[in-house]
Ligand binder design. Structure first.
Ligand code: AHR
Length: 528
């Protein structure tokens, strides 16, 4: 760790030295050096804070153990939720949590999760490991969680194995403000005021675990279910339709043609799922750690596909919904590896390395670029499942490199994006595979400062970049960098700080700032 700190300090020093040299020899930058120009005067769309949303499914130890230990647990907790995990999640400003699934949502019956906890029915979680689900975490416990985090709630309803009546009654139970028996039942269970449900999902992956439906069949069901979802005006959630995944744009096209316009139905957003699999082959996805460089580049290349997937779907939406009323919400994304050896394959437990932090940052930069349509996303998943922020082991907890990427990007929440151009971007290549070396994004944050994020995908070469902020006087850049010596550097319970951000600063000279972005790194800096 000390070694790491030293080398980053050294690279910052190099940057400062280069800037100082430039004072002596203005215009000495090589013509083919990577350069970034930010237009500080030209505001783009606002980056909705919900782009930084999380996903917590009843899956493995993601909710139970990882976050929920129950009020009687010796592990310090508030209303059953672990204090250490809640504290860490609050530090990364979680804006939104999606719950209870995923595939689990389409087998979840909300009445199982209300009332006295010791009287709740035990079911089998057939999607995820066929383990017992005792329903200890239900509606009220979930809202305790989002209240503790200061986050908004995204509740996913059961369309696959439920009924329109069951879904409508859940929405009424959650949001009813009158004297109906369901609103009274909620009060009897301890919640007087309606819950604020920011988003309500009408089914999940209807093309797969949510019912194996055609888009035509799902669209009819959406119209049927949505017709009965009523809520008081102040508590009306945004309704999200289950959309497509990967290359398939037919769901986006059909839904945007056949819900909103034809029936004038509440339809606020489409859910879209895309997971980054190193090999691209689900049967042998690749390992979370100890992978070859071929899987470093293939993982980053596969994650960069997010950009064209969004573009292709947004093109359909721009045709069918030119007023841009409907959002394109990537409500499941992240890396999906082979599970850690010796763990329950149904629990989707994987380690998380520096590579995951780059995956997160590359996706953030892509989401920022599409902020006009992409107004909410949820990484899968928050704790102990897939690309997690936090891993736990009994009473211990560690923050993953992905956590650090999220925490470094906090200033981008609700910031106004700024146009940026990258010239002479280098290519990082391995064999026949090539990807751009540098990805960047800039925005004006709520604190008034201009922030810049930089990702260097090359695991071997640092990259010199000249940054020009047009329309603003900049004395330097100040922030942090996340990097390490190994591609699969990661935090463990024995060494929880192995990958952690350190200071990264550079001074301006001649109105420009020169930085050396370390190999395999994520940088977030503010203009000073
Ligand atoms: O995140 C794990 C699973 O992936 C979700 O339950 C499902 O929606 C998707 O297939």
């Amino acid at each position: 760790m000390i070694m790491l700190k030293k080398s980053i300090f050294a690279s910052s020093l190099l940057a400062v030295t280069a800037a100082t040299l430039m004072n002596a020899a203005p215009g000495a930058y090589a013509a083919n050096e990577v350069s970034i120009t930010i237009d500080a005067k030209k505001a783009g769309p606002v980056i909705n804070k919900n782009i930084y949303g999380q996903f917590a499914e009843h899956l493995g130890t993601g909710v139970y153990e990882g976050m929920w230990v129950g009020p009687e647990s010796p592990i310090p907790n508030t209303k059953g939720w672990r204090n250490d995990v809640i504290g860490a999640l609050k530090n990364m400003h979680v804006p939104l949590v999606r719950w209870p699934g995923g595939c689990f949502a389409d087998e979840y019956h909300w009445r199982d999760g209300i009332g006295a906890r010791d009287k709740r029915p035990v079911k089998m979680n057939t999607n995820w490991g066929n383990v017992e689900e005792n329903n200890a975490v239900g509606t009220h416990e979930f809202f305790d969680l989002v209240d503790l985090l200061g986050a908004d709630a995204y509740v996913n309803g059961n369309l696959g194995s439920g009924t329109p009546q069951e879904m409508a009654e859940w929405v009424e139970y959650l949001t009813g403000d009158g004297k109906s028996s369901l609103a009274e039942l909620r009060r009897k269970n301890g919640r007087d005021k309606p819950f604020k449900v920011a988003f309500f999902g009408i089914g999940n992956e209807a093309w797969g675990c949510g019912g194996n439906m055609t888009v035509q069949h799902y669209t009819s069901l959406y119209n049927q279910y949505a017709s009965f979802l009523k809520a008081p005006k102040d508590y009306m959630p945004q309704f999200i339709a289950s959309g497509g995944h990967d290359d398939d744009t037919t769901w986006t096209d059909h839904l945007t043609k056949h819900i909103h316009e034809q029936w004038n139905m509440r339809f606020d957003g489409i859910s879209f799922h895309y997971y980054t699999v190193p090999t691209g082959v689900w049967e042998k996805k690749g390992l979370a750690l100890g992978f070859p460089e071929e899987q470093w580049i293939s993982t980053l290349k596969n994650t960069l596909r997010m950009d064209s997937l969004i573009k292709n779907n947004v093109a359909k939406m721009d045709k069918n919904d030119p007023k841009k009323k409907i959002a394109f919400n990537v409500d499941e994304w992240g890396t999906w590896y082979d599970v850690e050896p010796g763990t329950n394959p149904g629990f989707l437990y994987q380690q998380n390395s520096l590579r995951d932090a780059l995956v997160a940052a590359l996706n953030f930069n892509i989401f920022h670029a599409h902020a006009e349509r992409v107004r909410m996303t949820n990484i899968a998943q928050m704790v102990n499942v897939l690309q997690a922020m936090i891993l736990t082991e009994k009473d211990k907890m560690l923050l993953t490199p992905t956590y650090h990427a999220f925490e470094m990007y906090v200033p981008f929440q609700n910031a106004t994006s700024l146009p940026l151009t990258i010239k002479n971007n280098r290519k990082y290549s391995l064999g026949a595979t090539s990807i751009p070396s540098i990805s960047a994004s800039a925005a004006r944050a709520l604190d008034g400062k201009l922030y810049l994020s930089l990702v260097n995908t090359d695991p071997n070469q640092a990259v010199d970049i000249t940054i020009d902020v047009a329309g603003e006087k900049v004395a330097g850049l100040k922030g942090r960098v996340l990097t390490a010596n190994a591609m699969d550097a990661h935090n463990t319970f024995a060494d929880p700080q192995a990958v952690t951000p350190v200071a990264f600063n550079a001074l301006a000279s001649g109105g420009k700032v020169s930085v050396k972005v370390p190999a395999k790194s994520v940088v977030v800096v503010a203009a000073e």
